[in-house]
Design a protein around this ligand. Structure first.
Ligand SMILES: CC(C)(COP(=O)(O)OP(=O)(O)OC[C@H]1O[C@@H](n2cnc3c(N)ncnc32)[C@H](O)[C@@H]1OP(=O)(O)O)[C@@H](O)C(=O)NCCC(=O)NCCS
Length: 180
């Protein structure tokens, strides 16, 4: 399965893609979104791949983000798929800093929203991010997510406390945004 946008497409991740992303992922020291972890071995990439396969199509759907020249640059996932309440979360990462702020994350998110709402029948897709993560907030807002909550001092990262922001988009909001 392949979902195509203008500059990127989403497709299945292989073990080799996971290893590439594992090595390519760069830490944004000015805008940290997770703990800085050092000394990771390649086995971690293969464990990640095994985990993806174990959950794929059940509670998660994780795909690679590829440039049109077939280079893998990131990953995006619908997670915690709850088929009873028809909701799930969304998360993504663009591995190299040089590939960020180029519109790839937004294109990937719009493809996943389309898949989630139009094919999986979701009613609600949500995402959490940290207060310092301006890029994620801008991306979510551009894609139609609304801010629903703020978990004060929820995350302790690199010696600093951050609020966690809760965003979500509902099915009718997604279709209203599409009609514009
Ligand atoms: C957050 C992330 C996925 C955004 O992806 P991206 O491809 O860089 O985002 P886009 O280029 O599609 O940008 C969408 C909007 O956000 C803006 N933006 C992106 N990064 C930004 C930053 N660091 N600071 C300010 N604005 C930023 C873009 O300029 C764009 O707005 P515009 O169209 O008005 O110019 C990416 O930065 C990333 O992988 N970060 C690390 C992991 C992470 O934080 N994941 C998100 C968890 S919810």
């Amino acid at each position: 399965m392949r979902l195509q946008a203008k500059d990127i497409y989403l497709d299945t991740l292989t073990r080799e893609h996971c290893l590439t992303l594992w090595h390519d992922y760069e830490y944004d020291f000015d805008n940290p979104s997770e703990e800085l972890r050092l000394g990771l071995a390649d086995e971690g990439a293969y464990e990640w791949y095994d985990e993806i396969r174990r959950l794929q199509g059940k509670v998660n759907l994780r795909l690679g983000i590829f440039l049109n020249d077939r280079r893998v640059i990131g990953d995006i996932a619908l997670q915690n798929i709850d088929r009873v309440n028809r909701k799930c979360s969304i998360g993504l990462a663009i591995a190299k800093l040089s590939n960020r702020s180029r519109g790839y994350g937004e294109q990937a998110t719009r493809l996943m929203l389309k898949y989630g709402f139009e094919y999986l029948g979701m009613e609600r897709i949500y995402a959490d991010t940290l207060e310092n993560n301006v890029g994620a907030q801008k991306l979510l807002q551009k894609c139609g997510f609304k801010l629903e909550g703020r978990e004060r001092e929820s995350v302790y990262l690199n010696g600093q406390k951050y609020d966690k922001l809760n965003y979500a988009i509902l099915r009718h909001e997604y279709f209203a945004g599409k009609a514009k």
